[in-house]
Write a protein that binds this ligand. Structure first.
Ligand code: ZN
Length: 136
């Protein structure tokens, strides 16, 4: 799965930040979907690698909350080594909603890694359990 993350990172479209991110999400059935960050000249429309990967899986028919783990690697375009990069806040929220408390592995260009549970990255998460029922 690490190789899929590194390969996806090289597909990043990041002309503004030059910060390339690749991600891979593994499904409970073993399938792996990848994503890269896709920037936009209207910066707020940029989508992160983690969300691209999860959305690709959903678009392929994977049911929400049937994922086993996520790996992500982010680093400047010219870097050969960089600090481990955790998902941003928006991605943490989307991952929580669609994946639940999965392990998230932060992967370095040099192969270093650290694995954290999503619940530790997003404590006291907001989700649908806090919304009123559609029946009310
Ligand atoms: Zn993000």
């Amino acid at each position: 799965m690490k190789d899929a993350v590194y390969a996806a990172r090289l597909n990043a479209y990041a002309p503004h930040s030059n910060f390339l991110v690749g991600a891979a999400i593994e499904c409970l059935d073993g399938r792996v979907f990848t994503g890269c960050n896709v920037e936009n000249s209207s910066y707020g429309l940029t989508v992160c690698a983690e969300r691209v990967a999860v959305f690709a899986a959903i678009a392929a028919g994977v049911m929400p909350r049937t994922f086993s783990r996520l790996m992500v690697c982010g680093a400047p375009r010219s870097a050969t080594a960089a600090a481990l990069t955790p998902p941003c806040g928006a991605c943490r929220q989307v991952l929580w909603d669609l994946c639940g408390d999965i392990p998230v592995t932060l992967l370095g260009l040099d192969g270093a890694s650290e694995t954290l549970q999503l619940a530790d990255l997003l404590p006291r998460a907001f989700d649908a359990t806090l919304l009123p029922s559609a029946d009310r």
